[in-house]
Design a protein around this ligand. Structure first.
Ligand SMILES: [Zn+2]
Length: 73
């Protein structure tokens, strides 16, 4: 099984590593942007782009920030 690195998609802060694949799918299911949040890098590491609590709070207060989300690509 592959360990999955969780990162905040907004501030790039590491949110830990998941080793349970089922847990990964649970998390993905909870995210508003399920597409392209799972990324595979050149070393074969899988990372999931999530939203940390800090950014979630900011975005909840400033919903228009979501419009600037496309810079992630
Ligand atoms: Zn963040």
């Amino acid at each position: 099984m592959v360990a999955v690195n969780m990162k905040c998609r907004h501030c790039q802060q590491s949110m830990g590593v998941i080793e349970d694949e089922d847990r990964v799918y649970d998390l993905i299911g909870q995210q508003p942007f399920a597409l392209d949040i799972v990324q595979l890098n050149d070393e074969g590491e899988v990372s999931v782009q999530l939203i940390c609590e800090h950014c979630e709070e900011i975005l909840a207060q400033n919903p228009n920030l979501f419009e600037n989300d496309t810079f992630i690509h």
